[in-house]
Design a protein. Structure first.
Length: 249
C-alpha cells in the first residue's frame, strides 16, 4: 500500500511538472537531473540514510551550480545541466557500491516504507501547489522573455523555483523508478497529454492523470508478474503515448 500511495502522488506530480517542462522545451532536463542524483544516492546507500535525502542534497547542489553558471555565462540551461549531468554520472559510478547499483538505477518500489509514503505525499502536494502559483509566469517567460520582463516577471527567480521543484520530484521519484528512468516518468505522460489536449488547463490535468495511471498500472503488473516495477511503469506510460498518437488533435 505504501508503494502504491507513493507512486500515485509522485507520478501525478511528475506528470504535472512534465507539462511545463515539455512546454519550455526542456524535456531532457528531467532525465539529466535524475543522473545528477546518482552520487547522492550512492553516498546514502553507503551511509545507510534515506536515498531520497541523499539524492535531493546532490540535486540541490547541482541546480544551484547550474543557476549560478547560467547567470555568469549566459549559456542555455540545457547546456549547463548537460555538463553537471556527465560530472555527476561519472562520480556516481565511482561512488555507488556495485551490489546496490541496479537498485539506484531502476529503483525498488517494494522497499518504500510508510514513512517514505507520508514524506512523498506531503512534498508532492507542496511542490504541485508551489508550481501552480508560478505556472502562468513560467509559460509567459517561455513564450517571450521580453514580454515577461515587461510584466515585471523575474525570470531567473522563477526558473530557480521551477528547477528546485523538479529536484524535489526527481528525489522522490528515484525510489519509484530509479535515477535511470525518472526522466521518462516526467516526460512521457506530458508528451501523451500534449497529443490529446485542447488547452493548457486540460494539458496539465491530463499529464498528471496519465502519470498517476501509468504508476498504478505498472505496480499492478509488478504484483502480477514480479518483474521490476520501474520498467513496467515506463512501458505502461509509453503504451499510453502510442494510444495518444491515434487520438492526436
Amino acid at each position: 500500500m505504501s508503494s502504491l500511495i507513493t507512486a500515485i502522488f509522485v507520478g501525478g506530480a511528475a506528470g504535472f511538472l512534465g507539462s511545463l517542462m515539455v512546454t519550455k522545451r526542456m524535456a531532457l532536463v528531467g532525465d539529466a537531473l535524475g543522473h545528477v542524483a546518482l552520487p547522492g544516492m550512492g553516498l546514502a546507500l553507503l551511509w545507510g540514510i534515506n536515498v531520497s535525502l541523499g539524492a535531493f542534497i546532490f540535486l540541490l547542489m547541482g541546480i544551484l551550480l547550474v543557476w549560478f553558471l547560467e547567470i555568469r555565462t549566459e549559456l542555455m540551461t540545457e547546456t549547463l545541466v548537460g555538463i553537471v549531468f556527465v560530472l555527476s554520472l561519472s562520480l556516481g559510478f565511482l561512488i555507488v557500491p556495485n551490489p546496490e547499483l541496479l537498485e539506484a538505477l531502476i529503483g525498488d518500489i517494494s522497499k518504500v516504507s510508510l514513512a517514505d509514503a507520508v514524506f512523498s505525499v506531503f512534498f508532492s502536494i507542496l511542490t504541485v501547489m508551489a508550481v501552480r502559483k508560478i505556472y502562468q509566469r513560467i509559460i509567459l517567460a517561455s513564450i517571450s522573455e521580453d514580454l515577461a520582463a515587461a510584466n515585471k516577471i523575474n525570470i531567473k527567480k522563477y526558473n530557480l523555483i521551477y528547477l528546485l521543484a523538479i529536484a524535489v520530484i526527481v528525489a522522490l521519484g528515484v525510489k519509484v523508478v530509479g535515477s535511470l528512468l525518472i526522466g521518462a516518468l516526467v516526460i512521457v505522460p506530458a508528451a501523451s497529454a500534449r497529443n490529446i489536449s485542447q488547452n493548457m488547463r486540460q494539458y496539465a490535468f491530463s499529464s498528471a492523470f496519465l502519470g498517476i495511471l501509468s504508476c498504478v498500472l505498472g505496480i499492478i503488473f509488478f504484483k502480477i508478474t514480479n518483474f521490476p516495477a520501474a520498467p513496467l511503469i515506463i512501458l505502461t506510460s509509453i503504451f499510453f503515448f502510442i494510444i495518444s498518437l491515434i487520438f492526436k488533435r
